[in-house]
Design a protein around this ligand. Structure first.
Ligand SMILES: [Zn+2]
Length: 411
């Protein structure tokens, strides 16, 4: 078993060790007699860092994992071709932990202890799981409901405990002793000796992770998103430098948004609401204007189209109108006159056809459109009085319209 130095000192970033074994598959890895590297466990992710050999090969430690037999496995990538013989068992090496990463993990993980205890103290909501991602962390609370006020209260209490700068101590007790202490959480394994993390007069829990020595080193806890999950409620949070970095990012985002509105950041919601209301009202006005425009356009078209054989045949292609407008126009034409047949088309960006006739006219617009679309390789359909479809491009569109008009006249 590897002697785990982080159990005794979370702030040990440099250590000497001896190589026990070099593993080559599936990836190159080192096993040492002792290590300060933390392997992924209990929601806390692994440390990164470097292992330097006597021959001065600096190996980059990219992942650290627990082996089933209690050994710590250090996966590494060599910075250059290194001398493998320099790693034979018994070789002395020096380990260096990426201190920035470790400190961040200690802040997140210790912050989680404080936060989980706060939810228990205030609302008796136990934490059932903890997850640490690269940019945020989350806990799952076993509770059917969670309010915004409860989240804010837990955040406030957690930050008060941080401000108290309470000692965080590690003790070893037997399982029986642990039972009497009333731990927040007992590990499921049947080990007899338990490592207890004690945040003075606030939280007692069994944990093998790396923690700060004083709650003040957590610096702060900031609660973020909360959402209902299968088991209860998930609460995202960030602690320490991450909290500052997250608040900084939020501020930049808000500032950029506020600049768009020429407003103060706290006025952004009101400004955004106002802008959305304006957009809604403008859309309504636009729809109304289009209706009026289509009606006027229809009236003009009807006035300039002579009636022959009891019908007014309108054949038009519009280059600057979309399908919606052309449909609207077809509707107005067929409502304003009892004897209209309209064969309308739009050109790019999406060439389309709309065929319509006034109710009571004897043709079949759906059938006529299908014939025309077949000619152009398009798709669509509709009823006897109104049909629409799209075609892949404008080639042959004008000819196809003329042919459809000729077919109508022939009937
Ligand atoms: Zn812990």
């Amino acid at each position: 078993m590897t002697d785990r130095l982080y159990y005794h000192d979370s702030f040990l970033y440099d250590f000497d060790a001896e190589v026990r074994e070099v593993v080559n598959s599936p990836r190159p890895a080192l096993i040492l007699d002792r290590s300060a590297f933390y392997p992924t466990s209990g929601g806390q992710v692994f440390d990164k860092g470097w292992i330097t050999t006597k021959a001065n090969d600096k190996l980059k430690v990219t992942e650290v994992a627990d082996a089933e037999d209690g050994r710590v496995v250090h996966y590494f990538e060599a910075e250059r071709d290194f001398d493998k013989t320099a790693l034979k068992p018994g070789t002395r090496v020096r380990g260096q932990i990426d201190a920035v990463r470790r400190r961040d993990h200690m802040q997140q993980h210790s912050g989680q202890h404080v936060l989980s205890a706060a939810f228990i103290r205030l609302f008796n909501m136990p934490t059932v799981s903890f997850h640490m991602a690269d940019d945020y962390c989350s806990i799952d609370l076993d509770t059917p409901t969670l309010t915004k006020e409860q989240i804010e209260s837990a955040e406030r209490l957690a930050n008060e405990i941080i401000l108290d700068n309470r000692p965080v101590e590690v003790r070893y007790v037997t399982r029986a002793e642990a039972g009497e202490l009333g731990l927040r959480k007992l590990p499921p394994t049947e080990r007899d000796e338990l490592r207890i993390v004690d945040i003075r007069e606030f939280d007692l829990t069994a944990c093998g992770g790396t923690h700060v020595n004083q709650t003040g080193q957590i610096a702060s806890v900031l609660l973020r998103k909360s959402e209902k999950v299968r088991q209860g409620w998930r609460v995202e949070f960030v602690a320490g430098q991450r909290a500052v970095a997250t608040a900084r990012r939020d501020f930049i985002t808000l500032t950029e948004t506020a600049a768009l509105f020429s407003a103060h950041i706290y006025d952004v919601p009101a400004q955004a609401r106002k802008a959305l209301d304006e957009i809604k009202s403008l859309r309504k006005q636009r729809e109304q204007s289009l209706e009026e425009l289509a009606a006027a356009h229809a009236a003009t078209l009807l006035a300039e189209t002579p009636e022959t054989n009891g019908r007014k045949l309108v054949v038009r292609t519009f280059a600057d109108r979309d399908l919606n407008f052309v449909k609207l126009l077809a509707q107005k034409l067929t409502r304003q006159s009892p004897s209209v047949v309209a064969l309308l088309a739009t050109s790019p960006p999406q060439p389309s056809l709309v065929f319509a006739q006034s109710p009571g006219q004897p043709n079949n617009m759906g059938a006529l459109l299908k014939e025309t679309l077949a000619q152009l390789g398009g798709r669509g359909g509709g009823s006897k009085d109104m049909a629409q479809g799209g075609v892949p491009n404008v080639d042959g569109l004008a000819d196809a319209l003329a042919q459809a008009a000729a077919r109508l006249s022939a009937t």
